[in-house]
Design a protein around this ligand. Structure first.
Ligand code: CU
Length: 490
């Protein structure tokens, strides 16, 4: 396979860098949280009866514009995930993946969540900037039969693709495995991409399902259990929106906008469409400043991208979206088939004459510049197998103390021979360097894969929302085993 540096070198930056150091729309506004976030005590009566089972989107029952009230229930269900067999799953509103939460920047959001599982859970809103009591961290479990309102205001500049999933202490892997994950799509009123582009949301996940329909969740005493423990659990079945190798249609000449979420516990995808490129237009925290043409995209677990796909095939022909081999493993537990490309979906070209698509804008938006000279602290985070800075997670310990409003540099070192994707709750950051190589352009990230023996340097501003925020490896088994810390912002 090609090395990471080669992958980076095939990037073609579409445009020269202009004078764009001025912050246009800040991702974080220090006043927004104070003025817009609803007080926790102000409860909203959201009828659970508003849930439409198996609806692809959460139904907004608010009667005020700019307000979103939705109901979300996690409950055991019996669903057919693969042909011919029924599985006992955990589902949000009766479906796997859970329904998508669609929001606009500025929306005031209340999610009435009810836990009908036989065990504690939480709902973590991955990548969103919100008050600590709505983060759904392990510090804030929802007991069986209990309810919780998650309340937040969607910040200007935060349009992008996010997701939600459980984050209970030590039990995230089995709950996500059983089906608890869903997407959040935030839109901007001034979205620069043409509305004529067909938009698709692709939630990519994997699983192992036994012949009787049950999930292959291993005991740590077994060989496979030890492999899952080290690698993070991977499945042989690859799903896109809950389907195996679905077919998507595209018309020759058209441009489609794909939001792709990797909801897998640990699998890293190296996405490619043979013979054509993507226009990579966004990352975790939304659009770039300019489109970037790439041949492939490495998407670690919990990361998201937005890409534009051109219908460049002949009418009636078909191609595939595939995942190419990516070696994130230690040699001793690398899967035997790791070097096989896998098909994710079929891209079917309509048997119609080509259409002319609206042109792709050269400028998408401005991303504020965070100045490293303003950083008041540099943190060294060392990820070894199962531990961060030589310690296992302790709910009662604060690992990093930071000041509200501070800008900080974080150096995340991976000192072992497998990749670890690093996630910081509640705050988007900008990568400055990967292994000493300056990042070629700015983007907002909340999760970054740190390859074996590499270091990522990022800058973050703790502009808002005091509290105890998690940072951790997003390989769910590693997180459950204690590869997590707490940064307290006061
Ligand atoms: Cu890890």
């Amino acid at each position: 396979m090609r090395s990471r540096s080669i992958v980076v070198s095939v990037l073609v930056v579409a445009l020269a860098v202009g004078a764009w150091a001025v912050a246009g729309r800040p991702f974080f506004s220090s006043s927004a949280g104070d003025s817009l976030d609803r007080p926790a005590a102000e409860l909203v009566d959201i009828p659970l009866g508003s849930i439409v089972p198996d609806a692809p989107f959460m139904r907004n029952v608010a009667d005020q514009p700019g307000t979103v009230h939705v109901a979300l229930v996690a409950a055991p269900e019996r669903l057919q995930l693969i042909d011919g067999v029924t599985s006992d799953v955990y589902a949000y509103n009766g479906r796997v993946p859970g329904p998508t939460l669609e929001l606009m920047e500025g929306d005031r959001v209340t999610v009435r969540f009810r836990n009908e599982l036989p065990e504690p859970t939480t709902v973590h809103w991955h990548g969103l900037s919100l008050p600590i009591d709505s983060d759904g961290s392990p510090l804030d479990p929802v007991a069986p039969g209990e309810e919780k309102h998650y309340t937040f205001t969607v910040l200007p500049g935060s349009a992008g693709t996010y997701w939600y999933h459980p984050h209970p202490h030590g039990e995230t892997t089995p709950q996500v495995t059983k089906g608890l994950y869903g997407a959040v799509v935030i839109r901007a009123p001034d979205d620069p991409l043409p509305a004529s582009y067909t938009e698709r949301l692709l939630v990519v996940s994997d699983n192992r399902i036994l012949a009787d329909g049950s999930f292959d969740l291993t005991e740590p005493t077994t060989l496979q259990g030890q492999i899952d423990h080290q690698n993070g659990r991977e499945g042989n079945l690859l799903f896109v929106n809950g389907e195996i190798v679905p077919t998507l249609e595209i018309r020759p000449g058209e441009i489609q906008r794909w939001r792709i979420l990797n909801a897998s516990a640990s699998r890293v995808y190296r996405l490619a469409i043979p013979g054509q490129t993507f226009l990579h237009v966004g990352n975790d925290g939304g659009l770039f400043e300019h489109p970037v043409e790439v041949e492939e995209i490495v998407l670690a677990n919990a990361e998201r991208v937005e890409v534009l796909v051109r219908g460049s095939g002949a009418p009636g022909s078909a191609t595939v979206l595939e995942t190419l081999p990516y070696d994130r493993y230690m040699p001793q537990t690398r899967p035997a088939d790791w070097n096989q490309a896998r098909q994710l979906l079929t891209l079917q070209y309509a048997d119609e004459p080509p259409v002319a698509a609206d042109p792709v804008p050269e400028v998408l938006r401005r991303i504020p510049y965070l100045d490293p000279a303003e950083a008041s602290a540099t943190r060294e985070i060392v990820m070894a197998q199962n531990m961060i800075n030589n310690r296992l997670f302790d709910m009662d310990r604060v690992d990093v103390s930071a000041s509200l409003g501070a800008t900080e540099i974080w150096l995340v070192h991976n000192v072992v021979g497998m990749d670890h994707p690093f996630h910081l709750h509640g705050f988007q950051f900008q990568i400055l360097e990967r292994n000493g190589v300056p990042e070629p352009f700015r983007s907002w990230k909340d999760t970054v894969n740190v390859p074996k023996h590499e270091t990522v340097r990022f800058i973050v501003r703790f502009a808002d929302h005091p509290g105890k925020w998690m940072f951790h490896c997003h390989i769910l088994d590693h997180e459950d085993q204690g590869m997590m810390g707490i940064v307290e912002i006061t």
